[in-house]
Design a protein around this ligand. Structure first.
Ligand SMILES: *[C@@H]1O[C@H](CO)[C@@H](O)[C@H](O)[C@H]1NC(C)=O
Ligand SMILES: *[C@@H]1O[C@H](CO)[C@@H](O)[C@H](O)[C@H]1NC(C)=O
Ligand SMILES: *[C@@H]1O[C@H](CO)[C@@H](O)[C@H](O)[C@H]1NC(C)=O
Length: 510
């Protein structure tokens, strides 16, 4: 009875808060914005409202901006169409789904990877191709060269060709950075805290790897992920919502690009997950929205995967966390590691040039078996370090005969991926600010002066934070190991804004 009273009281209190929040908002913008938001029948008016609202925001931005990127050169007014991050609604999801059929309902069939990653030695030992020196130990010179040149071209020896090489190599001789009898253990595993290093064995059939993430507007890093992991990951489960984490409508930017050909190089590996609602209470408590995104992503995504096996790998990342190919390939090709696992990621802010000390190490992966049995197919539970409190943890240990021991690929000095926070051009930082969830306080998106592009550019230049502090950063060099993912370095000019501090004047640099 007492509990019920408390609940009623809490609900009343929440209601009161919401009402005063609405009033505040109304006063701020001179229009009943949220009222319209919550009334779906006024869709068209909503659009107009948002255009107007954004126009104001952009005007405001313009004042502090010296670039022409936000403005239409001909009219001098903000060109909303050219701002991909503009969170107004100009495309009903229904319209795009009419084009695609039911992209967000399609099933994804997993298949076994037909590539052969290992070759045999005379003594029937398996050598990991990429980790093994192939031109020694009796490989016929011509064949060794052919193999090396194939490797350079990043192609793999098809299974049918394996027999040609089988008898040539006596034992695996590891190239630098590779360890173990099969030369398939990368340094990031060799130097990790994995408790079962001595029990690692190459698999006959690779595991399938499922990489799940929510996308907002981190498209540079999405291209990076796809290029880094395209051959190690079997399916990318990408969830997009027509609401921002703050609960405002947003365009389905990823879907648009999926349809217009931008991602054709990887489309066959993408499972599109569409979150078409905003969770109850998510506006009031941003953490609810944050968690819900992961829950929905995992449950909806996994329910549409066909042919998954318990020993397949599931990895859930934020869009700004990119595991290295080496780390994921190891998980795919070896047996004997324990779970759940994390990844030590190199940390940086605004780009790869502002490296932060230490690593980000978040539990982010396990087998599909564990995901289903222990985490009940909920990705957010995996990212919390609380698996041992879950009721089915012991049962899973008993039935699989495995000890569940968490570990992390990499170490504080051996990076197994990159966590690049706020890695956008200034306009992208602005959009992240205004679409951030309501719960990570202070919410810098609520401060008008922090939304100025000139202010944001200054933060990027100095490495400063929104609270006015400027942390110490160790020096970096684009040539250092694991400075940035290969795809970015290979396309340096296009991604210069992530690779060097473009706002430092030339004299300052030298
Ligand atoms: C080996 O692979 C090449 C292409 O990489 C192919 O042309 C050739 O027919 C293959 N040889 C055998 C014996 O399968
Ligand atoms: C999001 O999509 C759903 C399903 O198409 C739709 O009912 C809803 O009104 C959309 N919300 C916004 C803000 O566009
Ligand atoms: C696809 O759409 C995106 C944004 O919506 C745009 O930036 C890009 O240029 C388009 N690409 C093509 C090939 O039309």
């Amino acid at each position: 009875m007492k509990k019920r009273c408390q609940r009623v009281f809490t609900i009343l209190l929440v209601g009161l808060c919401m009402v005063s929040f609405f009033q505040f908002y109304k006063a701020l913008h001179h229009m009943p914005l949220l009222q319209h938001l919550s009334n779906p029948s006024q869709h068209l008016r909503q659009i107009a409202m948002f255009r107007e609202f954004l126009w104001k925001e952009n005007k405001h931005l313009e004042d502090g901006s010296s670039t022409s990127e936000l403005t239409d050169a001909t009219s001098g007014q903000p060109d909303l169409q050219s701002m991909p991050w503009t969170p107004y609604v100009d495309m009903a999801p229904q319209a795009s789904f009419r084009v695609t059929g039911v992209l967000h309902q399609r099933m994804f069939q997993l298949h076994d990877d037909p590539k052969s990653y290992f070759v045999h030695t005379k003594s029937r030992m398996l050598c990991f191709q990429e980790g093994t020196k192939m031109d020694v130990s009796g490989v016929i010179a011509g064949q060794g060269m052919a193999l090396a040149s194939q490797r350079e071209k990043n192609t793999f020896i098809p299974a049918a060709n394996m027999s040609t090489f089988k008898k040539q190599v006596a034992r695996c001789q590891c190239r630098q950075g590779w360890h173990g009898p099969s030369c398939g253990i990368p340094t990031v595993v060799q130097h990790s805290n994995l408790p079962t290093k001595s029990r690692l064995v190459p698999r006959v059939v690779p595991r399938r790897v499922i990489n799940a993430l929510n996308i907002n507007h981190e498209f540079d890093l999405l291209h990076v992920r796809f290029h880094e992991l395209a051959d190690a990951v079997d399916v990318f489960m990408v969830c997009e919502s027509n609401y921002t984490a703050y609960g405002r409508p947003r365009k389905l930017l990823f879907l648009q690009q999926l349809l217009n050909g931008t991602f054709d190089y990887v489309k066959h590996k993408v499972l599109y997950v569409f979150l078409d609602h905003f969770p109850k209470g998510g506006r009031h408590d941003g953490w609810i929205a944050d968690d819900y995104l992961r829950t929905f992503l995992t449950k909806n995504g996994m329910s549409r995967i066909k042919g998954a096996r318990p020993d397949d790998v599931f990895i859930i990342n934020d869009a700004d966390e990119v595991p290295s190919r080496e780390a994921v390939l190891f998980l795919k090709l070896f047996d004997g590691w324990t779970e759940p696992f994390g990844l030590h990621m190199r940390k940086s802010l605004y780009g790869f040039f502002w490296r932060q000390l230490g690593t980000l190490d978040i539990l982010s992966g396990c087998t599909v078996g564990m995901l289903m049995a222990v985490y009940k197919c909920n990705g957010i539970l995996l990212r919390r370090r609380e698996y041992y409190t879950l009721p089915d943890f012991r049962t899973y240990e008993k039935t699989t005969g495995r000890m569940l021991l968490p570990w992390s690929v990499g170490s504080p000095v051996h990076y197994a991926g990159w966590h690049c926070s706020w890695c956008f051009k200034p306009e992208g930082v602005y959009y992240k600010l205004i679409s951030a969830q309501n719960g990570d306080f202070p919410r810098w998106g609520d401060f008008k002066e922090k939304q100025e592009l000139s202010y944001i550019r200054e933060l990027i230049r100095t490495g400063g934070w929104f609270d006015g502090s400027v942390p110490e950063y160790p020096p970096t060099n684009p040539k250092e190991h694991m400075f940035a993912p290969k795809y970015l370095l290979d396309n340096y000019e296009r991604y210069k804004h992530l690779l060097e501090n473009v706002y430092v004047k030339h004299e300052d640099k030298t």
